[in-house]
Design a protein around this ligand. Structure first.
Ligand SMILES: [Mg+2]
Length: 274
């Protein structure tokens, strides 16, 4: 397999970045080594465009990426030299204002009352809920396509709420810290669209590795060549996934990320050292 055909779609928070402090310095050299060997690493995250740019600043490298749970793909020109920079984005979602309008008009008020939107919380509560300090908070709130929230209701009510959203063409995604109301997008859908585009336009036969830790990663974990799961500290996660192919890290992020990527590459006899 050509190195250029290996794609790693990776969640960030809790998968590549440490769940508590969002650090990844222990594996920065490894990530850059993978990129230098031609492996395409594509963050696929609920984070916003501006939050992902901060990650790229820390990495010292720009990458193609999917933001806000599959709402948009950016930097496609970094994936293939033929793609022009003015054609480097694909948007799959309605705007946040449109989503909010449909939500307010169609979701029964008793369910709306159970939604504590992060944007309406005090800055202190926002920082507590998202685990961010005041430096990073504004970037997490700068959302174009999704509304993070805490839902005050039992599991049955959440299931009912999810069904109501589905009826109006929206999705409720569950990340490591909060729920998110989004348009009818998912990380998996965005990933599949991107792979199809590469196959159709450039005849690229890709090998896809996915790394995730939370329910909002299942759509991409279920549809790839090599699914990898990173454990959350003190929490058994994604135990419902039974695929025998899954590689489960023994360590949490960031070290767990390097562990599963090394194992995945070894399985296909890809030599990182040469
Ligand atoms: Mg995560």
């Amino acid at each position: 397999m050509s190195n250029n055909n290996i794609l790693i779609f990776t969640d960030l928070d809790g998968s590549l970045l440490n769940h508590n402090n969002f650090d990844f310095k222990e594996i920065k050299g490894f990530i850059l080594n993978c990129i230098s060997k031609g492996i395409k690493i594509i963050p696929n995250t609920s984070k916003t465009h501006t939050e992902i740019n901060i990650f790229f600043d820390q990495l010292g490298q720009r990458l193609p990426f999917v933001c806000e749970n599959g709402a948009a793909i950016h930097n496609l020109n970094l994936l293939h030299p033929v793609i022009k920079s003015e054609e480097s984005s694909l948007i799959f979602s309605r705007s946040l204002n449109e989503i909010l309008e449909v939500f307010k008009k169609n979701i029964p008020i008793e369910f709306q009352k159970k939604c504590i939107f992060v944007r309406d919380m005090s800055p202190k509560d926002q920082m507590d809920v998202l685990g961010l300090n005041d430096k990073y908070l504004p970037h997490a709130l700068n959302r174009e396509y999704s509304m993070p929230l805490i839902f005050e209701g039992c599991i049955d009510t959440v299931i009912e709420f999810r069904t109501l959203l589905k009826k109006i063409g929206m999705k409720l995604h569950e990340g490591g810290r909060v729920l998110n109301i989004c348009d009818n997008c998912s990380k998996g859908k965005a990933m599949k669209t991107l792979i199809k585009m590469l196959n159709d336009n450039f005849n690229l036969k890709t090998y896809t590795i996915v790394v995730g830790d939370s329910p909002n990663d299942i759509s991409m974990l279920n549809d790839c060549d090599q699914p990898c799961v990173i454990p959350l500290p003190g929490n058994r996660n994604l135990t419902e996934l039974k695929d025998h192919k899954i590689i489960r890290a023994t360590k949490i992020a960031p070290e767990g990320w390097e562990e599963v990527v090394r194992t995945s590459l070894k399985k296909i006899n890809f030599n990182l050292e040469g």
